[in-house]
Design a protein around this ligand. Structure first.
Ligand SMILES: Cc1cc2nc3c(=O)[nH]c(=O)nc-3n(C[C@H](O)[C@H](O)[C@H](O)COP(=O)(O)OP(=O)(O)OC[C@H]3O[C@@H](n4cnc5c(N)ncnc54)[C@H](O)[C@@H]3O)c2cc1C
Length: 379
């Protein structure tokens, strides 16, 4: 398949555009265990272009309260001048804008252990298995709180990685409004061993930004997650949780461009009453015939947990027939569990319905991937 290169833009990762946060609303109800937000960003006259399937890159600022906790744990006051990339900055500014404070990684712990006399920390740093176990569920602040150590500002900076931008799938079609991008953001919150914790970027968007604020953004083209060139092709989209985002863009695009191909969507989340993202739009598209098949897996609404892979298996005959007729298959969302569970279900379906061996079913999916008919965007 011929894929056009994305148009060059003067805005990119190292030179982001200052866009305006135009709207932010909650998609899950207040009683949901999840806080998922619909975010609208005004690209103004930036000239930034995108296609369904692309993601938005976002530079963020760390939570000032977390920055203060880090300073307190190291007995620093934040006014110290420190150099980074041959320029000097006040430490507080570096911790806020330039350094990763949430994602704990082995490099940080090993480096920090060199400044800290704790034998327990040294034991963790020297045992790769223990290191992995310890870092799972811990952000950097937990390490500083559990093994406190007075530090010089340059030593702390040398332990930390530079902040990286986060990416969010674009949930809107440029055909509706090319100057606007919409996102579906799950605000990461969890209980850490020493207090409540948040994700840096999702809480920046979901808690510390307000309509009218400026956000430093750029487009990340995703050439391997594209609608089929032929608008008559059936598409099968599997996107539980925030995995729905690019499929909302696909559905809008196919509606506005008048594509006649059938659209199938499999969505899932814990509860229908609280977590049915974009319910009104999806049900409307189903009622109008734009969405030919809507499979819903609300895992906790019945005793037996039901996930998207169970819906795929229940539809296996129709699904395999669609694949045999040339349908394109897309998976988006959780990489840890969902993507593998879905792939296992797909292999099972191909094996049973195609009367193939396990090896031949794997080859079938490999061939689909090679011809860009099986595309995944998992994270
Ligand atoms: C191509 C792509 C597309 C994406 N699209 C979307 C999208 O459409 N919507 C969306 O919401 N996200 C999307 N993401 C994920 C997004 O980029 C961020 O990774 C996500 O929002 C978390 O970032 P954060 O900065 O809030 O959290 P971070 O600050 O990066 O995470 C903090 C750390 O907290 C820890 N942690 C997180 N959760 C828990 C927990 N429950 N228990 C214990 N520890 C935990 C982890 O160790 C993590 O390293 C996408 C990612 C990619 C790569």
């Amino acid at each position: 398949m011929q894929i056009d290169p994305p148009p060059l833009s003067k805005w990119h990762r190292d030179q982001p555009y200052s866009a305006r946060l135009a709207a932010i609303t909650r998609l899950t109800t207040p009683s949901s265990s999840k806080d998922v937000r619909h975010v609208e960003i005004d690209l103004g006259d930036s000239g930034l272009c995108y296609e369904p399937g692309d993601t938005l890159g976002l530079w963020i600022r760390n939570d000032p309260a977390l920055v203060q906790q880090v300073l307190d744990a190291c007995a620093l006051d934040g006014s110290e001048s420190v150099s980074l990339n041959e320029r000097r900055y006040p430490l507080r500014e570096l911790l806020t804008r330039a350094l990763e404070l949430t994602q704990a990684h082995p490099g940080f712990l090993k480096h920090y252990a060199e400044h800290n006399p704790s034998p327990a920390l040294a034991a963790i740093a020297s045992n790769p298995q223990e290191l992995r176990r310890y870092l799972d569920h811990r952000q950097i602040i937990e390490i500083l709180l559990e093994f406190p150590q007075r530090m010089a500002a340059p030593a702390l900076v040398a332990c930390l990685r530079q902040l990286t931008p986060r990416q969010y799938s674009i949930a809107s079609s440029p055909l509706r409004d090319p100057r606007r991008v919409e996102l579906t953001v799950n605000v990461v919150r969890f209980q850490g061993p020493n207090g409540p914790r948040q994700g840096a970027a999702s809480s920046y968007l979901g808690e510390r930004s307000a309509v009218g604020d400026e956000l430093a953004v750029f487009i990340v083209p995703n050439l391997h997650f594209r609608l089929p060139a032929d608008p008559a092709t059936t598409i099968i989209m599997i996107g539980p949780g925030t995995g729905i985002a690019p499929f909302r863009a696909f559905l809008e695009q196919r509606q506005l461009s008048g594509a006649r191909g059938a659209n199938w969507l499999f969505f899932g989340n814990p509860h229908r009453a609280t977590d049915f993202l974009y319910a009104n739009e999806l049900l409307h598209w189903q009622a109008s015939g734009h969405l030919h098949h809507l499979g819903l897996a609300f895992s906790r609404d019945q005793e037996q947990k039901c996930y998207v892979q169970h819906l795929l298996l229940a539809q296996r005959r129709a699904l395999f027939a669609a694949l045999e007729s040339g349908a394109h298959l897309y998976v988006c969302g959780d990489a840890r569990h969902m993507a593998e569970d879905v792939q296992r279900a797909l292999l099972q379906i191909i094996e049973i319905e195609g009367r193939l061996s396990a090896a031949a079913a794997r080859q079938y999916l490999v061939a689909m991937r090679q011809s860009q008919r099986y595309q995944r965007d998992v994270y």
